[in-house]
Design a protein around this ligand. Sequence first.
Ligand code: ATP
Ligand code: MG
Length: 336
Amino acid sequence: MRGLRLVAGVGLALLVGCALLTMSGTAAPRAGDSRTLLWPARVVEWAAAAFTADYLNRIESDMHSGRIIIGQQPPAQAAQAQPAGGTLAPGDLLVREVALISHGGPVEAPEGIVYSTQPRTALDLDGNHYVTKGTGDVGMVVAELVGYKLAELLKIPVPGFGVGRFGADGEPLFVSEMVGDAQRDVAPWLKKKLVTNGDAVLRLLALDVWIANNDRNMGGLLGRPVQSEPGKIEIVAIDFEKAQVVRHDTPLVGIPLMNPKAFWPTGTLGKLCREVLNLDVGIVTEFAGFTDGQVGQVVDSCVAAVGDGFTRRDSVCFTLRKRLAKLTDLVKEAWA
Ligand SMILES: Nc1ncnc2c1ncn2[C@@H]1O[C@H](COP(=O)(O)OP(=O)(O)OP(=O)(O)O)[C@@H](O)[C@H]1O
Ligand SMILES: [Mg+2]
């Protein structure tokens, strides 16, 4: 008799559990979701979903924006909060495709300098010249694209860029339009304060910290003459391929183990920036306009542009969002 009661009790408990699961559904919590889930259903739901990186991203971003609210409605203003940076137009996310038709030679380096990625030149059908990078290394292509795209959105001048291929099935290469009349050593202009867009340089320094680029040096800046102000130059940024948010296998764990000062420019450029520029962490507020969703959109457009060869999209988004949330402190650490 006692055995019968036990079996009946277990059966009843199972039935109630199934009913609760059915009532609650199995989707992970979303922004503004105020369903009150009973704990067995919530535990099962979370256990099932917690294995997906995407779910972790969503939880993490919801927590940042204060959207995870258990047992109460989200405050009205939080639900309606608008990104300071406005919305991205579809054109903002475009990554150009360039049909390359002929290889040029290697980019020539000044004496004593060897470029680590062996950049080359190439031509498209219309005779435009490009610098190409990333042969056999799709991660390098994505890193350059993410750096260039974020720079473009932050109004940091960069050469026209995109993904180039020799033939429709050719491997994706990162291409940047050759800036023909560029100064390759901008140190004299920086020293004499003959740079018209110092604010863009500050934003570039903060961008390098955000994407954890540990390779900013004088070679990563070009100087374009400013027609209306003879003798002055405008800084144009290149070279984001070492962005650790993309290049590191486990960026979330790996980057915090790196020296924060590694994301400050090295050598003469680092010294000059400290001397000539004033730290203004106010620039970081301009970065705050990026919502979690926009960060995802930017990364997705860059990843999609290389085909299906890059598989770490989630960890890139997650790390970018996390670093953006504390960018002011990270910039201060790099500058110190
Ligand atoms: N779009 C461009 N227009 C003009 N010059 C360029 C362009 N892209 C690259 N260069 C030139 O090529 C050089 C090497 O390019 P880049 O810095 O991207 O290569 P790298 O292998 O990453 O170099 P490093 O080893 O210094 O990191 C630059 O310093 C610059 O002089
Ligand atoms: Mg480089």
